[in-house]
Design a protein around this ligand. Sequence first.
Ligand SMILES: C[S@@+](CC[C@H](N)C(=O)[O-])C[C@H]1O[C@@H](n2cnc3c(N)ncnc32)[C@H](O)[C@@H]1O
Length: 228
Amino acid sequence: MLSLSPRLMTAASMINPCRKTVDIGTDHAFLPAFLVLNSKTEKVLACDIGIQPLENARKTVNQYSLQEKIELRVSDGLKSVSPVEAQEISICGMGGTLMAQILSDAPWIKSEDIHLVLQPMTHCEDVRRFLCENGFVIDREECVADNRHLYCCISAYWKNEQSVCEEGYFYFGELLSQDGLSREFVERQYNRIKKRRDALAGSGRELEEAQRLSEVIDYYERKQNSLH
Ligand SMILES: C[S@@+](CC[C@H](N)C(=O)[O-])C[C@H]1O[C@@H](n2cnc3c(N)ncnc32)[C@H](O)[C@@H]1O
């Protein structure tokens, strides 16, 4: 039976049971294969921008005889996907900045019928910024340890919610109020930001950036105080 890495397992656990999932940046199609083998989704459209990753995906599809359940397609983000093909959309294992761009290029995902599962490897703040500024609600976040790294995984849906977007929220999201690995992830993030802000403040350069990071630090400290 196919087993997933802890990172992809966390993403799989956030996918709602459904008829059709779209997986963007699928590479080996491990997540799509797991979803159909475990009857979490009937069919998956597994997309990648690269030919070689789709060849990797084809091997997995053939290995588990999933040709009827998983369709492979070359697509730059969601550009070659039609809205009727998606209920759940997963994007895992790429940088948060690229992920935000992919989401922004597909305005049709602003639909109450679509649920997003996003697992950025870096720059989670860019993903949360996109979501918050575009009427999405983050309903769940989890932190997972994989291969000596910590990753966050975000579940979100569109609600046309005009929320107050604070810079600090983009960096810590829903993880700030959680314990365990989330706490560790948040503390590491906070220490990194503080170090960078202090370095900038000491050098007298990039004052705007130093000010922005100070806002993030204030947000963290304010939330910490209100939690304790
Ligand atoms: C590191 S792999 C992640 C594979 C799998 N999703 C995972 O999380 O383990 C990233 C994949 O994203 C694909 N990719 C990068 N940019 C993309 C884009 N704009 N649209 C679709 N796929 C993209 C790459 O070709 C690569 O196969």
